[in-house]
Design a protein around this ligand. Structure first.
Ligand code: GUN
Ligand code: FE
Length: 421
């Protein structure tokens, strides 16, 4: 067992922080937290080695629930179109390049290293349609020691020929990844990834649902991001009563753990179905701003008990840092509050809880420091932010708002310190 000493901050509940000044946290050989307290004796850790981190802050690591690894090179460009033309003009041409595994290796290495840099220890990511490049990305994550759910993308309509794959080839390629990454407890796992309804024929959607059920795999996709997209889904799946219902008919809406990105235009029926099925929303505030999508009803999701975490959604989003997602989400919520006389805006503890405990729940017992949680943590040295005379909570708030990777001194995933790839 190992014991770490630092100022420990985390969120057990969304409405308040737990703050332990000079606290101790005990971590067992499997990388799980066995206790957290300001009283070392209560942790039965007297004979353990205590690693003293002094005046630094120790917080749970970040979780990114929605990002596109093969769009990394497009980060920060192509912000002049709405969703559907944006996909066809900028996104699909870049993803085509991942037929080349050498290009993939070069770009994916940067992507994984930069996730490490910004303190994201668990990532749920889209790859591209290409099986071998997806394998490259999964092996890079394995090499890094960080956790990732990685999705070879299913798509076979409304896209360029180079990105369209037959259902048969898709299933064959997918199963070859399952064969290599077959340990259900491993940090790196495949996730079933139909791009979204407009990209997938009913046969492709059925195949995705069957893969998820057969191999007990998580599912990720996009939901209710843009009005034109929603109209297209209604046309393609006329029997469905909502966009969410269209996924549900194929076993892709909570039959296994499911994350849906955006949910900006989700209405009552869809929201009720998400809640019933435990579908988790990936809120992607920067993407919603850049792709001119709108403001997602996060306050409503929180109040109604719909699960929600954050996604950077590179390259709809331009920023990989989940700390910055918290800031954007709070700011967008404040805009919404002022214009619409909303009930209240998002608080810092709610945003932090979304980034850690709520988002982390998609990966298992991840995102908190309660006993039984996997020890995913960041050690923050904020001396260069002139932290004197601020409370511990103010120091955390300042780091979230004005800090960056320079203050992240150490990173841990499932108990192990993670070094740069
Ligand atoms: N919907 C379908 N594909 C995509 C994508 O790559 N990015 C975003 N933001 N939305 C999508
Ligand atoms: Fe996306």
């Amino acid at each position: 067992m190992k014991v770490y000493k630092a100022h420990i901050l985390y969120t057990k509940e969304k409405n308040r922080f737990e703050v332990l000044e000079n606290g101790y946290i005990a971590v067992d050989a499997d990388g799980c937290v066995t206790g957290v307290s300001t009283n070392l004796a209560s942790l039965h850790g007297e004979d353990s080695e205590v690693v003293d981190f002094g005046d630094r802050l120790l917080i749970p690591a970040m979780n990114d629930l929605h990002v596109h690894a093969p769009q990394y090179r497009n980060q920060g460009i192509a912000m002049d179109m709405e969703l559907l033309p944006w996909l066809h003009n900028y996104t699909f041409p870049e993803e085509m390049k991942y037929a080349d595994t050498e290009y993939a290796e070069r770009m994916y290495r940067r992507f994984v290293r930069d996730l490490w840099r910004v303190g994201t220890m668990r990532t749920c990511t889209f790859a591209s349609v290409h099986t071998e490049s997806t394998r490259v990305l999964m092996r890079l994550f394995q090499e890094s020691g960080m956790g990732a759910l990685v999705g070879k993308v299913g798509m076979n309509r409304n896209c360029p020929e180079g990105l369209s794959e037959s259902v048969e080839d898709f299933v064959h390629g997918y199963e070859s990844l399952i064969a290599e990454f077959n340990d259900p407890n491993a940090l790196v796992r495949p996730i079933v990834t139909p791009r979204f309804i407009p990209s997938c024929t009913p046969e492709m959607l059925r195949a995705c649902g069957e893969l998820a059920a057969k191999y007990h795999l998580h599912v990720q996709s996009h939901l209710s991001e843009n009005r034109d997209e929603i109209a297209l889904v209604q046309q393609l799946e006329p029997e469905s009563t909502s966009y969410g219902d269209a996924y549900d008919r194929y076993g892709l809406f909570g039959q296994t753990p499911t994350v849906m990105a955006h949910c900006v235009f989700s209405e009552s029926e869809e929201i009720a179905l998400m809640k019933r099925r435990g579908v988790i929303v990936a809120h992607c505030p920067t993407s919603n701003l850049n792709v001119t999508t709108g403001i997602a009803p996060i306050r409503q999701f929180l109040d109604e008990g719909v699960r929600v975490g954050f996604g950077s959604d590179i390259s709809g989003g331009h920023n990989l840092s989940i700390f910055q997602m918290m800031v954007y989400a709070i700011q967008m919520s404040k805009l919404h509050y002022q214009r619409n006389h909303a009930r209240s805006f998002l608080t810092l503890s709610e945003a932090f809880w979304m980034a850690t405990k709520s988002g982390g729940s998609f990966f298992g017992n991840v995102g908190s420091f309660e006993p039984g949680y996997e020890f995913d943590a960041l050690l923050i040295d904020d001396r260069d932010l002139n932290h004197d005379n601020y409370s511990l909570l103010e120091r955390l708030e300042r780091f979230i708002y004005i800090g960056d990777d320079r203050q992240i001194e150490k990173r841990f995933c499932r108990g192990k310190e993670i070094k740069e790839l």
